[in-house]
Ligand binder design. Structure first.
Ligand code: FES
Length: 641
């Protein structure tokens, strides 16, 4: 057919048909092939390089490739337009595939979740299935069918009343009579009321599952949970397909609001959740109908997109969302494929940039019940920080940029195959050891790798406290990059592979410094506002997938984490997911999470007069005030002896 081209992607071996003239990036998106596209297709990040093995592709900047690479067919996927049938290879360093590394990130499951799993906390799921055997009506007992059902249920519910939709009410008389008055009521928590969501024939109360989901900017993780006993049956995760619209929230908001593509982003996240739900139910031999609720924690933009709410105002001063505390609604309204009448519970947000993931983290950490003041830090594109105890909770969001997720760094990549995640230097000339995700050939560096590399470069004198690379430190490894800045060579490819040298440039170091500076400054601003120091904080909890893989010593050494005694520092895993699960399993927790959101005071850092001072002070390794980092000061002093 004229104007239709066949596009085959290697090594995925996926082929689709597209209209001629569309970009390779758009075609890859349609084919479900992930291509690293940090700038969302603006042609400025250079991350979407692919190789056209066969066929005609036009356009595309040549800035990012050598003459030899251009001859071989290298092109930016976001700029190359398909003009004929083509075969396109996605090189390893451009790929974003497979399962993210941190599906198991709740290894440090907060005690509250463990207690729930062991039934030490009241298990009262948001959606319940209750089997009832009702007495047949008589002339003396002539309640309506609905009254009879409600009567049969009422002893088992703490509720101010029941409500039932017309659709189910219409089916009720036949259901009751055809099943000898023995039915299972599926009920959903709706604040003070309980909705009789559906009525099923006979006894089906044992099949009642939920999906607890953490919808992050980079990854989406789902747990399949049995609502009858609180046990987690399965876990699945994938990269957020919205990545093709940009690596960070702001690019996604721009794409959604300015290109009129809001629905594309909504469908994208719904599609990801449906993929994971299907994966889980298939593996566990269930039906999507067995899933009666989805409990979602995510940042404010992700929750808005999932609910189909406009996001444009979140990025415009004063950074306001449409709604922070959504009521439960029918999951099918969003396109989620679970029980057709199942409910979607989106957990509440606090502000445009402090979302349900943070509130869920507070719930899961239990800090809102503690006498002692604790700090919760979630490191990602935005670093969210919460400080508080049973009397108060304050929070802030520091825009760290995507550096810790591999963005805006020359060899940065997400924690996928081939990313250097840990590295040690013997001296300025010698890499002692390094590891990569999945033990692949090194093709880039992920966030934890950057933290290690920069700490090591500081230790062996490749950089100083200002982060400046010293050209004399290692003539063998320090060289000038093609754009004229100094760079430090970590690894070279073996043989003649397509993989690049893995280097850290001066600009990369500056980016990491700004990212960690923003997070530390936010911590300092909150403590300053409370007239406290880190000495007043009983525990610093580091949440998020990233936290699990951090080298603590190196994180402190560069000034990302505070220099507190090691027993005060705890990695708490994916608290967003843990909170989503707790809310699903316990109506009390669900109610509590709304109280937490309402009682958490948000600090807008852009209007906080001390933020810039704190930020500038933190833009050193580890900090301009070394008194805040006694262990680092001691280590550096020892080295200079
Ligand atoms: S240059 Fe193509 S996505 Fe950034």
């Amino acid at each position: 057919m004229a104007g239709i081209c066949k596009v085959s992607f290697l090594p995925d071996d996926k082929t689709i048909e597209v209209r001629s003239g569309i970009t390779i990036l758009a075609a890859a998106g349609k084919a479900g092939v992930f291509v690293n596209s940090l700038c969302g297709g603006d042609g400025v990040c250079g991350r979407c390089g692919v190789i056209v093995r066969k066929g005609t592709v036009t356009g595309g900047s040549t800035d990012f490739f050598s003459h030899e690479q251009i001859q071989q067919g290298h092109i930016l996927a976001c700029e190359g337009r398909i003009e004929s049938d083509v075969i396109v290879e996605i090189p390893e360093h451009t790929r974003l595939s497979g399962t993210p590394e941190f599906i198991e990130a709740d290894v440090h499951q907060p005690p509250e979740v463990r207690k729930l799993a062991h039934r030490q906390m009241a298990l009262a799921p948001l959606v319940r299935k209750t089997y009832v055997e009702l007495p047949e009506p008589t002339l003396d007992d002539n309640q309506s069918d609905l009254q009879r059902l409600e009567h049969g249920l009422k002893d088992q519910f703490k509720t101010q009343g029941f409500q039932m939709g017309l659709k189910v009410t219409r089916r009720l008389p036949d259901l009751l009579r055809q099943n000898d008055w023995k039915v299972t009521a599926m009920t959903g928590h709706r604040g003070p009321l309980t909705e009789i969501i559906d009525v099923e024939p006979g006894k089906t109360s044992r099949r009642n599952m939920c999906i607890a989901a953490d919808v992050g900017t980079t990854t989406v993780v789902c747990h399949l949970v049995d609502l009858c006993d609180g046990q987690t049956l399965g876990k699945a995760g994938k990269y957020n397909s919205q990545i093709r619209y940009g690596g960070d929230i702001i690019r996604r908001i721009i794409h959604a609001s300015e290109s009129g593509s809001h629905d594309e982003l909504r469908k994208s996240i719904v599609g990801d959740l449906n993929d994971l739900i299907l994966q889980l139910v298939t593996k566990h031999r269930l039906s999507t109908k067995d899933i009666s609720l989805v409990s979602v924690a995510g940042n404010t933009t992700m929750v808005h997109l999932l609910a189909g709410l406009p996001v444009a105002n979140i990025r415009k001063e004063p950074y306001i969302g449409v709604a922070y505390d959504l009521p439960p609604f029918r999951a099918a309204e969003t396109g989620l494929q679970i029980h057709p009448r199942g409910l979607l519970y989106c957990l509440p947000c606090v502000a445009g940039f402090v979302g349900a993931d943070t509130v869920a983290g507070i719930l899961a950490s239990g800090m809102m019940r503690d006498d002692n003041v604790r700090m919760l830090i979630d490191i990602g594109t935005n670093g969210e920080i919460v400080v508080g105890n049973k009397d108060f909770l304050v929070c802030a969001s520091a825009s760290a940029g995507p550096a810790f997720e591999g963005g805006e760094c020359s060899c940065g990549m997400r924690a996928s195959s081939g990313a250097i995640d840990h590295i040690r230097l013997l001296d300025a000339d010698t890499v002692l050891s390094f590891s990569t995700i999945n033990s692949g050939d090194p093709v880039g560096i992920c966030g934890t790798g950057y933290i290690d590399a920069i700490a090591e470069m500081l230790r062996v004198g490749v950089i100083d406290k200002t982060g400046r690379i010293s050209a004399e430190a290692s003539p063998a490894r320090i060289r000038t990059s093609s754009d004229g800045q100094l760079e430090y060579l970590l690894t070279e490819p073996e043989g003649n592979g397509d993989n690049p040298d893995v280097t850290i440039t001066q600009e990369d170091i500056n980016n990491i410094m700004r990212a960690k500076g923003a997070i530390f400054a936010a911590e300092s601003v909150l403590l300053h506002a409370l007239n406290m120091t880190f000495d007043d904080v009983a525990e610093v909890m580091v949440a998020g997938a990233f936290g699990n893989f951090l080298n603590v010593d190196n994180s402190v050494f560069i000034g990302l984490l505070p220099d507190v005694p090691s027993e005060k520092l705890r990695f708490v895993g994916n608290t967003s997911l843990a909170g989503a699960k707790m809310a699903a399993l316990s109506a009390d927790c669900y109610e509590e999470i709304f109280r937490i959101a309402a009682n958490t005071t948000y600090f807008e850092l852009s209007t906080e007069p001390t933020f810039m001072y704190q930020f500038v002070s933190a833009c050193f390794f580890p900090h301009t005030n070394l008194d805040l980092f006694p262990s680092v000061m001691a280590a550096l002093a020892k080295k200079s002896e």
